[in-house]
Design a protein. Structure first.
Length: 322
């Protein structure tokens, strides 16, 4: 009897300790994820009754930390969520922060005026990542294919200096690298951006299935806090303060940071819900993710198509909170 009682007590202690652990979320330098800083500074998680610990990373490092089990959740694009999942570390996309609306760019050297002018030119891009997908989308719209350009594999954070060196004729990158590229080479210009194909790149909060199952109500509170952030940025009386908080997180002035928000379509709850309908095409998270899945298989990010439905759980977004 004593042994049974002690066993139950030990189990209870383990459960209490597990519940006491904060939710660990990795985030990186993208406006839709930097915005979490607003809630951290205003102590909204404490007000919501959920303990959360945010950890700042470079983007790829944040995915690596999630894959290593060091995080409960991470900010990733929908396509990259599939990549980590294919390697055996699945993330469930529970929150649609935004879609890129201009921050991802094809930036060309002087003399190149359009995507059509890229024929026969060298393009620096991180092959197999979302910038590569943006480039293919741009080429397709003008009747070109990947075979019509010479790809040079360049890490995204190195694209500004590679363009400035004139080793390539154009680069593809997201913010802040895309704007840095424009500054690094005078006369360069964005000839195609994610605003030309809304829904190509969705930015998500991806959660480990174990943490989601064990802490579903806490994750519901996290999502409710997110929509409090969105309301704060939508309110003309508080938007400037929100931008100030976000800019400070990445070491910029509010004036420098505000254009990044213009290139990011941060979504209200009702807007997000409209993209959570399962249908083909870029206007659906499901459709866009299936396109990313085909891209990932083609460029050997993984070998077999993924079961998209297993990666998306819209239920917490559909539960109205704030």
């Amino acid at each position: 009897m004593l042994k049974h009682t002690l066993g139950c007590l030990c189990l209870l202690i383990v459960m209490i300790n597990a519940q006491a652990e904060p939710l660990r979320i990795g985030y990186s330098d993208w406006p839709g994820w930097v915005a979490w800083e607003i809630a951290v500074e205003n102590e909204w998680f404490e007000q919501a009754g959920v303990e959360v610990e945010f950890e700042w990373f470079d983007y790829v490092a944040s995915m690596d930390a999630f894959a290593a089990g060091q995080l409960d959740a991470v900010g990733m694009t929908n396509g990259d969520t599939l990549v980590t999942g294919s390697a055996g570390v699945q993330g469930v996309m529970i929150l649609l922060h935004d879609y890129s609306n201009g921050n991802d760019m094809v930036v060309a050297a002087p003399g190149i005026e359009s995507v059509a002018d890229l024929k026969g030119k060298k393009v620096g891009v991180e092959i197999g990542f979302v910038s590569h997908l943006l480039l293919l989308n741009a080429l397709e719209k003008v009747g070109l294919s990947e075979a019509d350009v010479e790809l040079v594999n360049v890490p995204t954070n190195e694209t500004p200096q590679v363009l400035a060196s004139r080793d390539v004729d154009a680069i593809v990158a997201w913010q802040p690298s895309s704007s840095m590229a424009l500054k690094a080479l005078p006369g360069s210009k964005a000839i195609y951006t994610s605003a030309d194909q809304p829904g190509l790149i969705y930015d998500m909060l991806s959660v480990s299935p174990v943490s989601l199952a064990q802490n579903k109500e806490d994750w519901r509170k996290v999502i409710d806090v997110w929509y409090r952030i969105v309301a704060y940025l939508d309110d003309t009386e508080t938007r400037a303060k929100g931008i100030e908080i976000m800019a400070a997180r990445v070491g910029l002035t509010p004036m420098e940071y505000e254009p990044f928000l213009a290139g990011t379509r941060i979504l209200s709850r009702q807007e997000a819900i409209s993209y959570l309908v399962d249908k083909p095409g870029f206007e659906s998270l499901y459709g866009s993710t299936r396109i990313s899945d085909s891209f990932n298989v083609k460029y050997e990010a993984y070998s077999e198509p993924q079961m998209i439905e297993q990666y998306i759980d819209p239920s917490l977004t559909l539960s109205v909170g704030y």
